[in-house]
Design a protein around this ligand. Structure first.
Ligand code: AHN
Ligand code: ZN
Length: 338
C-alpha cells in the first residue's frame, strides 16, 4: 500500500522538475530585458535614386539666379515633384539683394494631402552660391560653385522622399519646398559695410507670404548640406532653441536606425539658415539637419563655398542616413494619431 502512495509522489516530483527546467529554457528565449532589433517603419529610401537627383541638378551647371541653368533646373524640379504626385504651387517674386540689384526668385512647392490640417514641412534651398568666396585667389573666388552638397543634396533627398510618398502614400499632409536664393549672402571678399542680412531671401519671402494664407505646419525639417562624405550632423543652435522636440524626434530615430555616427549627440553652432524665417514667422518650429564640423575654421566641411563642392564629395551613405531618418520621422508620425 505504501508504495502506491510513494509512486505518484515520485512522478509528481519528476514532472515538477521537468516543468521547471523547461520553463527556464522558455524564459531564456522570452524577449523581456533582451534588446530587440529596431524594426524600421518607413519604406526603404533609395540612395542611388537620390544620388541621381543630385547629379542631375549639378549637370545643369551652377543654379545661380538669373541663368539658363537656374531656370532649366527649376523646370526640372517642378516637373519631378509633379511626376511624383505632388500638387504644385510656384512662387515668383522680385526681391532686392545685397548689391542693390533686383532679382527674380522662384520658390517651388509640392503638396501632399493639401486638405489635411496636420502637416509636416520639409525644405531645402535649390539655388547655388554665385561666388566661391572660401576659395584662395580672387579669380577663383568670383566663380560660381557647383553646389552638389550646398543645395543639390538636400533637394535630391527630398525628391527621393517625394518618389517614396507616391509609392507608399501617407494620410498626413506633407509639404516639400525648394527655396530659391538662400545663398547670395554678402561674400567675405566684399569688405563694404552693407546693412542687413542677405541670406535666405526665398524662405524669407515665403515665410511672409506663404502659398496658403495663415499657413502652419506642426513642424519643419530643413536639409542643408546632407550629402558630403563623413558628414556629421550636430544639433544646430536655433533648432535647439526653438524646436528641441523636433531635434529630439530626428536624432532619436537616427539612433534607432543605426545612424548615430552621423547624427551626433552634440551641440553645434547657431547657423543663419532657411529655418530662421520659417521659425520667426511661426510657420513651423523647425530643425536644421546641417553638416557641422568641430575641426574646421569655418565650422562647415572643407568644401563649403569652394569650387570643390562637386559630385566627388557626394556619398550615397550620407544621403541614405539622412533620407531614411527623415522618412522614419514622417512615417512614424503618420501612424501616430493626434
Ligand atoms: C552663414 O554662413 C551665416 N550661413 C550659412 C547658411 C548656408 C549657406 N547654408 C548653406 N549655404
Ligand atoms: Zn552655401
Amino acid at each position: 500500500m505504501k508504495q502506491l502512495f510513494i509512486f505518484p509522489l515520485c512522478v509528481g516530483l519528476i514532472a515538477g522538475l521537468l516543468c521547471t527546467l523547461s520553463c527556464n529554457s522558455c524564459q531564456s528565449t522570452r524577449p523581456i530585458a533582451v534588446s530587440e532589433p529596431y524594426r524600421q517603419i518607413s519604406p526603404d529610401f533609395n540612395a542611388d535614386s537620390a544620388y541621381r537627383f543630385v547629379e542631375r541638378q549639378v549637370a545643369f551647371g551652377p543654379r545661380v539666379p538669373v541663368s539658363t541653368a537656374h531656370s532649366e533646373c527649376g523646370d526640372y524640379l517642378t516637373a519631378k515633384l509633379a511626376e511624383f504626385g505632388a500638387q504644385m504651387v510656384e512662387q515668383h517674386a522680385d526681391v532686392t539683394h545685397y548689391d542693390g540689384k533686383n532679382l527674380p526668385i522662384r520658390n517651388i512647392i509640392g503638396r501632399y494631402n493639401p486638405d489635411n490640417k496636420k502637416r509636416i514641412l520639409l525644405y531645402a534651398h535649390w539655388d547655388s552660391r554665385p561666388f566661391a568666396d572660401q576659395e584662395t585667389g580672387e579669380e577663383r573666388q568670383r566663380q560660381p560653385i557647383a553646389g552638389a552638397d550646398d543645395g543639390a543634396s538636400g533637394v535630391g533627398v527630398l525628391l527621393e522622399i517625394a518618389r517614396q510618398l507616391q509609392q507608399q502614400p501617407v494620410t498626413m499632409g506633407v509639404d516639400i519646398i525648394f527655396f530659391d536664393l538662400e545663398d547670395w549672402g554678402q561674400p567675405s571678399s566684399d569688405t563694404r559695410q552693407v546693412e542687413g542680412d542677405w541670406w535666405c531671401v526665398g524662405s524669407r519671402y515665403w515665410s511672409e507670404y506663404p502659398h496658403v494664407e495663415h499657413y502652419k505646419a506642426s513642424y519643419g525639417i530643413l536639409l542643408d548640406m546632407v550629402g558630403g562624405s563623413n558628414a556629421t550632423f550636430r544639433k544646430e543652435g536655433y533648432s535647439m532653441q526653438y524646436a528641441p522636440h523636433v531635434v529630439e524626434k530626428i536624432w532619436s530615430r537616427a539612433a534607432k536606425l543605426g545612424y548615430g555616427n552621423y547624427f551626433l549627440p552634440q551641440s553645434g553652432g547657431y547657423i543663419t539658415d532657411d529655418h530662421l524665417p520659417v521659425i520667426k514667422q511661426q510657420r513651423a518650429p523647425s530643425a536644421n539637419i546641417i553638416n557641422l564640423k568641430s575641426d574646421t575654421p569655418t565650422g562647415f566641411a572643407p568644401h563649403w563655398h569652394t569650387l570643390r563642392d562637386d559630385m566627388r564629395n557626394i556619398d550615397r551613405n550620407t544621403l541614405k542616413a539622412v533620407g531614411q531618418t527623415v522618412m522614419e520621422v514622417i512615417y512614424t508620425e503618420n501612424s501616430t494619431p493626434t
